[in-house]
Structure formats: C-alpha cells, structure tokens
Design a binder for this molecule. Structure first.
Ligand code: H79
Length: 682
C-alpha cells in the first residue's frame, strides 16, 4: 500500500496519475477448417493460359507476361486467335503434380481464368474456353485427379477482373473500340457465380479459391461477401483468400482494419518484415520476373534463395506459394524444375522443420531463423542455421526452458552437446555445416514455453489529452511485471503491476518481467506525451456538408490547389467524388468544419488511392500523399468540443480511385467521419 501512495505522490509531482481497470489477455484464434493449410506451409502456384503462346513476346519486345493483352494493347480479336492455336501436346497432369509433390509442396493453385478471361476449364458459360481449342481436353479434370491420387490439395485461382466478358466493367482505358452500352455488371457477377458453381461441383474437393483482380472500382465489399457466402455454400470447408473482398492494402496484401478479408492475407512478391500474430497469410512469388511463361526471362532465383525464403516465411507463420509458368507445349520450364528438385532434396531431410510449425517465439536469431512445434509438455525449436558459426557454438538467446535434446536433422543419430546459462542456450556443432543453404538443429526443451520477451505496453496512443489508460501485458507463466514511471530501469522493488494504469502527464513507462525476484526479460519502454487540445472556432451559420473544389490535371503528388482554378465547386455531404467524374487525372479539395463531441485525443486516418492529406486548422494531421495503391496513414491531434476547421486534399492519377476518412478516439470506435459532424459556414 505504501508503494502505491509513494508512487502517486511521485507521479503527481511529475504531473502523472495512475488508477485501475480490468485486464485483458493475448489470444490466438483457431479454426479446424484452416488446419491443413496452416500445416502445409508450401504450395505451387501455376499461371497457365493463352498468354503462354506469345510467351512474353509481342512486336519484338520480350518483357510481357500474363498481362500481355493489356501491356501490349492487343485488340480482342487478335488475342482471341490464340484460342485456335492452344495445343499443349506435352501436357501430363501426373508429371506436374509429382513435380510439386517431390518439391515438398502440399497444394496446387492454378489459374482457372486469368484477367484475359480465357477459361482453362470446361464451362457452359462461354465459348472462350479450353474445350474449344485444338487440344480440347479439360486439363483441370486431369490435374484434379492427379492431385487426389498423389495427396495434394487442388485449388483454383479465379480472376474477378475480366478483359473479355462483354458485361465486365470497366474496359481497359486504351480499349475504346469495345462498347459498354449494353454491359451489365450484375449480370457479370451472375456469370462468375455460374462458373464458380462449375468449378466447385465438377472437380471434387477444392482446397482454396484464390481470387484476384478485385481492385477495380466496380468490385465492392458487398459483392465480396456475396461471393464468399456463395462459394462456401457449395463447399463449406473451402478456404478463400482476402482478394474476394475490396479492402486489400496494395501488394502488402493484408486487409485494412474493419474491411471484409476472407480467410487469409496475400502479400504478393514480398515477405512481411515481421510475423503477423493472429492472422493467416501466404506470400505468393515468382521464381523469375513473370507469372505467365516468358521465354526470354531465363534467370531464376537460386534454390538457396528460395529455400531461405520458405524458411523465413515459415518462421513468421506464413505460407509460401511459389509460381511456375508452364509453356504452351504443356511443359514446365526446366530452370524451375531444377530448382524444385533442389528444394525437394532439402525438404526430404528438413521437412519436419517446416510442416505443421508455427512462427518463431525468439526475438533475435542472428544465425538464421527459427520455427516451432509447441506440444506444451515439450517444445521443439527448429534452429535454421544459415550462417554456420566459426567457433562451432550456436547461441540461442532468450529461452528459459531447460534443453532436453539437440540433433541436426541431417544427422539425427548424433546427439549434440548443449549447455544453458539463464536464458542462453549453447549448442556445440560439428566443424562443417551439413547443408550450405540451411542446416536445421532440432532443439527439444522442457515446456511450457518460457521466452524472455519483455511485457507489452498497451495504450490507445502515445499522445493523449488529460489522461490515458495503460496496460502491461505478458503471456508468460509465473511472472510478475514491475514498472517505473521515472525513467529508471525496473528492479525487483519497483512498482508491481496488477491493474491498468491511468496517467495524467508526460511519462516514460518502463516494464519488465520478474520471477522469484530476478529479472527474466528485457525492459519494454514507451513514452507518453500529453497534448493541450486545440480550442474550437466560432461558426455563425453552420450548414450541413463540406465545400468542395474539383480539379483536373495529371499529378504524381498533391498539387498546390490554391494556385489552380477548379473545374467545379459546390457542397457535398462528405468526402465523396460525387458528382463523380469517371475520368482519371482529377483532384478534390474539401473544406469545412468538424463538430467534435468531446474533449479528447482523436486519431484521423485517410485511406486513399492515390494521395491524400488531412489538415485540422493549419496542422497537417495525416500525410498520405504520393502516387500509390490503396494505402492507409494516420495521425493524432488533441481537440476540445466544438467546431474545428478541417481540410482534406486528394488526387487521382490512373487506375482505381478511393478516398475514405476515418476518425477514432479512446471512446469512439474507428469509423468513417460521420456526415452529421461535417458542416460549412454559410
Ligand atoms: O496473377 C498474378 C498477376 O498477374 C496479378 N496477381 C498475381 C498473382 C497481378 N495483378 N496486378 N499485379 C499483379 C500487379 C500489377 C502490375 C501492373 Fe503491370 C503494373 C499492371 C500494369 C502495370 C505488370 C507490369 C503487369 C503489367 C505490367
């Protein structure tokens, strides 16, 4: 009790105050439907379609891939002629599937229809399909049978965007010869459903539906939910990627907060810098620079890079979907096959360190990566050694569990010597690495897992008005959290955390885990700063809506709108593009007042494609400028109740156009800025 009193005095002197509330815990979702997919970790992506015929070359240029019809601006009648040439006589489903299986891949995702609209399966919905080619065979039937025979999950890619179907909108911007007069997007969605029904009823069990091409303005979250529900009504256990919705954040591939996101995230050609706890995700990637076959692009990533990327992804809790672009003959590019064979050799020795593992619990693994199987009583840490230690000692830091056994997966019969000092485990390794790319040590330790991670300091924001609530969280067993508010490192006599704290002034919180009076973690630090909120303005005649100015121009970042002459001005209820110009190359500047209900810290964010900014008074609160895909940025400001001048700027160059403005505070869940809060002066 004395502690608490002393502490309050201390904090009051430095302008702070702590009080109490209930504690929350850290939890992970689990889902039986996702189990096979989470265990699999490694799959084959296949991009195969009519684009394999030009093989990346058009009019002497060789840089094209599956986007060739768009990128080379091939008229539809010309592209359609590939249909009468598609004859992959060397195709053999068993060979493809065995190649995947031998590489250690557990599932295959293949393009049933890419953006060009050509259906690589037997469909009643369009003539533009593989049955009407010289080949005339349903390759998907054969692949499905082979997958079931060899125990791989068979999965379909399906593009929402369709450059062939007359009802799909919009057309490519260069495609001025295809009329949109009788196009009906709802009818296109019915077409999609009819095709999806065929895909889900004629090819046995489908593991995943992998949507893509969802980013054009015609696709919406509601369509996404409708299709998601529809697909699951046909195959309840199927897994559906997040591109079924409309809230993907660029090639990072994750869904913006609050948006509908299907079952897993889809980073494209990139690996998230950290794990994403509580979410399922899969990085898809090419081996060379193209998804579809490109005969000129013969440089492929070395097997070493691919194996280490697979390991890196597994260590962060994700899946790796590695692409092949087969030729128009139906063969797999030999460079790809060579690499898959090397990966297969590595997997045949080390597969158990990938399949069924979860993300690394260790914070730092300078020698490589770590994956884990947590069996509670015992825990297996797979130590993926990329950089073999010169002194023969592998140092594993941050683990308090007692080591039971360590072996190299390449030589499982030979037990390695292990020693431990506090949270440092040292494993003696042979002089030479058994595998130059990645040698895996299987370290078994006594459970339950006890990693020396510092506690988490959780609060709404680093900035606050008047007061803020701070929680200190850990999921470690048998530890107490001790903390300070004066900048000193916590020791065993520092304040003991039991309930959430309430702070009323600038403070640096430091927190650390202790067990039996000894520190058993590093120290977490977070600084909190109190802001004085801005005073409101007088608005004499508030009228609903904001003033807008609409501009036209070609920009790569926000122009100085004040120096430009607007094409149109008026009042809008909110930050929308109505009266919508269906042109590209435009900009909007919105000006008005936001009626803030309560003195507090507020976090604004804009989600835009392309750039945007948000000002409150003269302060730039959100800077989301620049040419980019759907991207979200936020900023915080303290405000008192009343009217505050708000200005939002936006520009759109080409492609899809989105602007959403969100507001959030400790008492206000994140939401679009309510229209009722927006006014202008009459
Ligand atoms: O199916 C594969 C790609 O075709 C598709 N998603 C993966 C799985 C994809 N869609 N968009 N993108 C990838 C990124 C967009 C790239 C573009 Fe371009 C830049 C489209 C137009 C300019 C790349 C370069 C394609 C054509 C030129």
């Amino acid at each position: 009790m004395k502690f608490v009193v002393n502490f309050l005095v201390l904090l009051l002197m430095s302008g702070c105050f702590f009080s109490t509330k209930a504690q929350s815990t850290l939890e992970q979702p689990s889902d039986a439907r996702m189990e096979w997919w989470r265990d699999a970790r490694f799959g084959m992506f296949i991009h195969w379609g009519l684009y394999a015929i030009p093989a990346g070359e058009w009019n002497g240029k060789t840089g094209y891939g599956e986007w060739i019809r768009h990128s080379a601006r091939i008229p539809i009648e010309t592209y359609d002629q590939f249909q009468s040439r598609f004859n992959p006589v060397k195709f053999d489903a068993d060979t493809w599937v065995k190649t995947a299986r031998d590489a250690g891949m557990k599932y295959i995702v293949i393009t049933s229809k890419h953006h060009d609209g050509f259906c690589m399966f037997n469909t009643e919905q369009t003539e533009f399909n593989i049955m009407n080619t010289p080949y005339g065979r349903d390759v998907m039937k054969e692949l499905s049978a082979a997958c079931h025979k060899y125990g791989l999950k068979f999965c379909f890619y399906y593009s929402i965007m369709d450059w062939h179907h007359p009802d799909y909108l919009p057309r490519r911007e260069w495609e001025t010869d295809r009329s949109t007069d009788s196009a009906d997007f709802n009818r296109y969605v019915s077409y999609m459903k009819a095709e999806l029904k065929e895909l889900l009823t004629q090819y046995g069990e489908i593991g995943v539906l992998w949507f893509d091409g969802e980013w054009e303005a015609t696709w919406s979250e509601n369509f996404g939910k409708e299709i998601y529900t529809y697909v699951k009504s046909l195959q309840p256990d199927i897994i559906i990627n997040n591109r079924v919705g409309a809230g993907r954040l660029d090639m990072e591939g994750m869904i913006r907060e609050g948006a509908f996101g299907g079952d897993f995230g889809t980073p494209e050609q990139q690996i998230p810098p950290t794990g994403l706890p509580g979410t399922d995700w899969e990085t898809c990637m090419t081996m060379n620079d193209h998804w579809g076959y490109n005969k000129a692009n013969t440089e492929y990533k070395p097997a070493k890079e691919l194996i280490r990327m697979l390991t890196d992804i597994a260590s962060k809790g994700g899946n790796y979907l590695l692409n092949l672009g087969p030729t128009d003959q139906g063969t797999l590019p030999k460079q790809a096959v060579t690499r898959l064979r090397e990966i297969g050799w590595w997997m045949s020795v080390n597969g158990e360190s990938i399949y069924g593992t979860v993300a690394s619990p260790l914070v730092s693994t300078p020698w490589g990566r770590c994956t884990m199987k947590d069996n509670k009583d015992t825990v297996i840490l797979y130590l993926h050694v990329f950089h073999w230690p010169d002194n023969g000692r592998l140092l594993v830091e941050g683990c308090m569990n007692q080591p039971l056994k360590a072996v190299l997966l390449a030589k499982p019969g030979k037990i390695l010597e292990v020693s431990q000092h506090d949270d440092k485990i040292t494993i003696l390794l042979p002089a030479k690495a058994p595998d130059k790319i990645n040698s895996v040590v299987r370290l078994t330790v006594q459970g339950p897992l006890d990693i020396t991670n510092p506690p988490e300091i959780v609060a709404f924001n680093d900035f606050f008005v008047d007061r803020t609530k701070i929680e200190l969280l850990t999921n470690r067993p048998n530890v107490e959290i001790r903390f300070t508010g004066d900048g000193n490192d916590p020791v065993d006599t520092s304040f003991l955390y039991s309930e959430p704290l309430e702070v009323m002034g600038d403070v640096t919180v430091k927190a650390r885990c202790f067990r039996d009076g000894k520190p058993v973690s590093g120290t977490a630090v977070r600084k909190f700063k109190m802001l004085s909120p801005l005073a409101p303005k007088n608005v004499r005649n508030p009228e609903p809506g904001v003033e807008y100015q609409y501009y036209e121009g070609d920009w790569d970042s926000l122009p100085d709108f004040a120096r430009l002459t607007p094409v149109r001005t008026g009042i809008l209820p909110s930050f929308s593009f109505d009266p919508r110009s269906d042109k590209e190359h435009f900009g909007f500047s919105y000006k008005g007042y936001i009626l803030i209900p309560k003195r507090s810290i507020y976090t604004f964010s804009t989600e835009s494609d392309d750039g945007s900014q948000l000002y409150i008074g003269s302060k730039l609160v959100v800077d989301n400028d620049g040419l980019h895909g759907l991207r979200r940025k936020e900023g915080s400001i303290g405000l008192t109740a009343g009217f505050h001048p708000i200005r939002v700027l936006f520009f759109e160059k080409t492609g899809s156009d989105v602007l959403n403005v969100f507001i959030q505070s400790p008492d206000l869940p994140e939401q679009l800025v309510p229209q009722e809060w927006l006014v202008h002066e009459k």
